[in-house]
Design a protein around this ligand. Structure first.
Ligand code: SF4
Length: 266
């Protein structure tokens, strides 16, 4: 099915230029005019044919390995409703990241969303504003969502996503999260997923993937197929901040979004 003008515009904003059919004197040409790089054209050919292959069983894997202390803490958090969970996170001092934060970054969006986006850790802007995915990376995420008919702003659960990070506090100088920090904070993400009950999870970035799938494999090896977390499908893709630094991978991210849309509309 050809892409609509709106989808083309969105792809353009993501930096992806697609094949456009050309009209010739004898009628609609069979040929198409290539207006972009080989990578984008390969992706265009792949979109629509890429099938959702189930990944090897990752279902019901823990968000991270647990010890007994964490197990007890998870029991406590698992009983919290939205408001209590928000307050619990805002007051959390379970790991060293509490020391440098301006505020915790809990999550935003529709609490009954069909699609939940899982990011990594707050950066400087997120820490200041208290919202995940703001700034240039947030703008790119918005355009990526729009390209498959989703939004973070007010809309019914089928259109409005819920967005949460794996870590709720900013690591100092945006350093990578430590394994113990990811493990301690994952209990909150798990509870958010239980409360939202999304039909699909989209994991953006290495640490989101690490927490949800308990895998240290690179994104490039995990993307392009459907994984499972607690029986829910998980599509893996690049973090928008990474895509801003590596625009050549936007075509792959577009293919991942198409896979996500396919899962959502099943
Ligand atoms: S990063 Fe998570 S576990 Fe650590 S203090 Fe913040 S909310 Fe608590």
């Amino acid at each position: 099915m050809p892409w609509t003008e709106r989808q083309r515009a969105m792809l353009g904003e993501m930096g992806i230029v697609v094949w456009a059919p050309t009209r010739v004197a004898s009628g609609v040409a069979a040929a198409a005019t290539a207006v972009d790089s080989t990578a984008a054209s390969k992706t265009a050919a792949r979109v629509g044919t890429e099938t959702a292959r189930s990944a090897p069983a990752a279902a019901d894997r823990p968000l991270a390995r647990r010890d007994d202390t964490r197990y007890a803490r998870e029991g406590e958090v698992a009983a919290l409703d939205w408001q209590a969970l928000r307050e619990h996170v805002a007051a959390c001092r379970a790991c060293r990241l509490c020391e440098g934060r301006t505020q915790t970054v809990f999550g935003v969006g529709n609490e009954r969303a069909h699609c939940m986006i899982v990011g990594e850790a707050p950066g400087e802007n997120e820490d200041r504003q208290g919202e995940p995915f703001v700034g240039a990376a947030g703008e790119l995420l918005d355009r990526m969502l729009q390209s498959i008919g989703l939004t973070r702003t007010d809309a019914p659960p089928a259109q409005q996503v819920y967005i949460a990070n794996t870590l709720k506090c900013r690591p100092p100088r945006n350093r990578n999260p430590e394994p113990d920090e990811l493990a301690l904070c994952s209990v909150y993400l798990r509870r958010q997923i239980e409360l939202v009950q999304p039909r699909l999870l989209i994991a953006m970035g290495r640490f989101a993937v690490q927490s949800l799938l308990d895998s240290s494999d690179p994104i490039g090896r995990l993307r392009g197929r459907v994984h499972r977390f607690a029986e829910r499908p998980v599509v893996v893709t690049y973090h928008p901040a990474y895509l801003l630094r590596n625009p050549a991978d936007k075509a792959r991210a577009w293919a991942d979004l198409c896979l996500a849309a396919e899962q959502l509309h099943r």
